[in-house]
Design a protein around this ligand. Structure first.
Ligand code: ZN
Length: 174
């Protein structure tokens, strides 16, 4: 899934959590930044030189890594009262949405949900890793143009991604 769609999935998630629990979640700069940052944060592994097809190999795209961090966060929050547990919950939800939408929209790399027991990367559709042989932020050049052509072939996924992006923008304005 594209970076901006990930980012705005965070503001949409925060909006839903505000509906569910208006006393725990607020529409302040801190909450919006927290939600949008963690909704897109796993993709910073692209900064470390990996290609689009293999950037999910980093811990940031491994559910077990976030389960571990979440457990530590909840211990510090509930056990030691250092900060409200709602902060950890929104981070877990936003990262969870990132990994789920990466699985749904996977074109060149999926998510290894059962890592380290099973290293297989899961995806909703059949992937073609050969189309993702460029850095995630290298949005110029032939490889990227070919990837874009491949990306727009699956219209359902494109509509899905852009809908999430638009919902995020709308809920930020509302
Ligand atoms: Zn990702």
């Amino acid at each position: 899934m594209e970076f901006l769609a990930h980012m705005f999935s965070g503001s949409f998630a925060l909006y839903l959590m505000r509906l569910i629990s208006p006393t725990s979640y607020e529409k302040t700069v801190l909450w919006v930044v927290l939600a949008m940052f963690f909704a897109s944060m796993p993709d910073i592994d692209g900064f470390f030189g990996g290609t689009l097809a293999d950037h999910h190999k980093s811990p940031l795209h491994k559910p077990i890594f976030w389960v571990g961090l979440g457990a530590i966060g909840y211990i510090l929050s509930i056990g030691y009262g250092l900060f409200p547990s709602a902060y950890i919950t929104i981070i877990m939800i936003c990262v969870g949405i990132h990994l789920i939408t990466d699985t749904i929209t996977a074109r060149t790399t999926g998510i290894a949900w059962l890592y380290p027991i099973i290293k297989k990367e899961y995806s909703l559709y059949t992937m073609d890793p050969s189309k993702g042989n460029f850095n995630i932020f290298a949005i110029r050049g032939k490889a990227f143009r070919e990837y874009r052509k491949f990306y727009f072939q699956n219209e359902g996924l494109v509509i899905f991604e852009y809908s999430i992006f638009l919902l995020g923008v709308l809920t930020l304005i509302l």
